[in-house]
Design a protein around this ligand. Structure first.
Ligand code: SF4
Length: 319
């Protein structure tokens, strides 16, 4: 089984299926000239399936599909369908910016996708357009309502909180849980792949965010599914939940349960470490077995994250 040098059991694999995205979010390196990966650099669906089958054989139980924007990859529902039929894979989810949910939510549901995480940093259509590079808030909102109707539960909403950008909306976003069975998760702004845009003074520690939420109503501890790092709570009487993710102020590395695969097929032991194992060499050049590649990743997995150690763009890592 996948147990690293620090006794952490790895049961969660995040797979970026593309570095392409339609949005140009201000905290992502997708603004400005982009070095795009070629089709040859990207893993094929067959290769992703082979990797996941191997990983499940080694004890992985959860897979999250990410990007860039995974719904941008052609016929993504075919991959979902094949992944969802892998015995031993208990949880299959996908992270999206929500812009293609109206078109894709139904076919994803039919293909066996269990859960969705949608990035939504503001409820203000003007600010949304500014944050994303000109996109329509209402299309994402209608996509969320459709996903709720189709029964994607819990629908998790990821909110990256940035000072002076959306910290004035913390309560508005949290109030969504009064009307929707959603899980609104506030995430500290991380210094990953945003080409030097990240500034310490733009970060709001999660304790401060939680304090703002508690000003309205008291929070009681709750739980969630998915094996993620969020600390989850609920307002009395609310139908949804509120989660807090603190990679900077209170890291959760001691209970880390995950590995990542980048859009160009690199096995990455930690979000904040650029030490990667090129799985394409194992898949295409038969350098060795995938099992060997996984155990190599466990050997280089750091005990704790190093915030300064990554140069990779978030859109190639997949968060
Ligand atoms: S920062 Fe790295 S070690 Fe820490 S929880 Fe994230 S992936 Fe795991």
């Amino acid at each position: 089984m996948l147990i690293d040098r620090f006794g952490r059991s790895i049961e969660y694999l995040r797979i970026s299926v593309t570095d392409r995205c339609n949005f140009r979010c201000i905290y992502c390196e997708s603004r400005g000239p982009l070095q795009r990966l070629s089709a040859r650099d990207i893993l094929t669906y067959e290769e992703i399936l082979e990797i996941v089958e191997t990983a499940v054989g080694l004890g992985v139980k959860r897979v999250r599909i990410t990007g860039g924007e995974p719904l941008f990859r052609r016929n993504i529902e075919d991959l979902i369908e094949k992944l969802s039929s892998i015995e031993g894979l208990c949880d299959l989810s996908l992270t999206t910016n929500g812009y293609l949910l109206l078109e894709k939510a139904e076919v994803l549901k039919k293909s066996g996708l269990k859960r969705l995480n949608v990035s939504l940093d503001t409820m203000d259509p003007k600010k949304f357009a500014k944050l994303t590079g000109g996109f329509d808030f209402k299309k994402v909102w209608d996509g969320l309502l459709l996903a709720e109707k189709l029964g994607f539960t819990p629908l998790k909403i990821n909110v990256v909180v940035i000072k002076g950008v959306n910290d004035d909306e913390i309560l508005d976003l949290a109030k969504l849980t009064l009307e929707h069975p959603w899980e609104i998760r506030f995430i500290e702004y991380m210094p990953i792949g945003n080409s030097g845009r990240w500034k310490r003074e733009d970060v709001i520690w999660i304790e401060e965010v939680k304090g703002t939420v508690e000003k309205l109503y008291p929070l009681r501890p709750s739980s969630s599914i998915g094996g993620g790092p969020a600390k989850v709570f609920q307002w009395m009487g609310a139908i949804g939940k509120i989660g807090f993710i603190s990679p900077l102020s209170e890291h959760f590395c001691s209970s880390c349960n995950r590995l990542r695969i980048t859009a160009d097929g690199k096995l990455r032991a930690c979000l904040f470490s650029d030490q990667e194992i090129d799985l394409k060499a194992y898949l295409r050049e038969k350098k060795g077995s995938l099992e060997e590649a996984f155990s190599l990743a466990l050997k280089v997995k750091p005990e704790v994250r190093n915030l300064q150690a990554t140069r990779r763009a978030m859109r190639a890592i997949g968060g």
